[in-house]
Ligand binder design. Sequence first.
Ligand code: R5P
Length: 310
Amino acid sequence: MDRPLLIFSGQSNRPLAQAIAEALGLPLGKSTTLRFANDNLFVRYEESLREGDVFIVQSFTPPVQDHLMELLMMIDAAKGASAARVTAVIPYFSYARSDKKDAPRISITARLIADLLQTAGADRVLTMTLHSPQVHGFFKIPVDHLSAEPVIANYFATRVDLENAVVVAPDAGDLKRASSLARRLGLPLAFIDKERVSDTEVRVRMLVGEVEGKTALIVDDEISTAGSLVEAVEALMQAGAKEVYAAATHGVYVGPALERIAKSSVKEVAATDTCPPKEGPKLRTLTVAPLFAEAIWRIHRGESVSSLFT
Ligand code: R5P
């Protein structure tokens, strides 16, 4: 695209936006977000966006509603300031878990957010590891859906002895992702059937696959309260696993997550920087900034990004 490439950031994850801008050799664009006494937000760009190819980086991390509203306002302001094209870069799209009407009288919130982003004026969306890939279909504008699999595969390959390892899907929703990672690493696959008891509690019903004496590598889309993770870790240890490592695209780590991880038998937990990294003796951060930078560069240049999807 023969227009200036401009990268801006909301408040949710400025370090990632900064790292993406640096990888592109660009300064992060200047903008201001304020909160009025009545709790209304105010957003203003501090430089011209006229005819620019604008990318706004914002993850839906807590406080999710503020970050969503800020992104909508930044898209609206960019369109109003005559940006030629606006791409919402949403490294972590949290409401992707609300993707279906599986109970009476509920909102399919992922679709609602897709509608809001388009109404605000987004021309494209760039995101990573949606909890349900079908959320992609809620948009009428182009969505580029990146995968953290290469980053996670590289972490396991360099950190763990893969000689006697097994990849584990901690629930049915992760089976496809885990199976793909197992193929990439040339490892067998095991699977956990889990039941969600509440928002923060899960119960393991069954473990399928051979884990005894092996290093188990759990792969999940996100770690929120870490209920799913620690239950899976303990089930694997009880089934005779030698040790357990875990990796997720989104390390949200809310509520009891950090304490649960510290107390569990897991050796190490890695997550990417789609959410601001948290500190902890067993926690590691993997960066996806170069992947986002490459995708943004190719989108800007009108080149294919399909090789970045796998
Ligand atoms: C669930 O279906 C997802 O794949 C994650 O396992 C889940 O979102 C993690 O949530 P929590 O850490 O609260 O168990």
